[in-house]
Write a protein that binds this ligand. Sequence first.
Ligand code: ZN
Ligand code: ZN
Length: 99
Amino acid sequence: MTKRFIKVTEDFVCEKCGKHVEGDGYTNHCPECLWSKHVDNNPGDRACGCQGLMLPSLESVKGDKYTLKHACQTCGHTKLNKASENDSKKAIIDLSHSD
Ligand SMILES: [Zn+2]
Ligand SMILES: [Zn+2]
């Protein structure tokens, strides 16, 4: 049994901006400020005990598809995430200007 992706629908409150985020099972970052939290070893498993806040940056843009990179502020782990339809375009654009 190596089911690596477990779909978990859960709501969470963003620890960065305080927004209440309604989980859709895929959301792993805040759509307002794009910060994430280091909770998974494999996507969705919530098996990581780190719990560090993860700083978003813009990794790449292809057309209207954005890839975010999240860097854990606690352990330094980085991971790539696709931006979702619900993510704030303004926040994404702001990231692209912050380099
Ligand atoms: Zn937020
Ligand atoms: Zn971490």
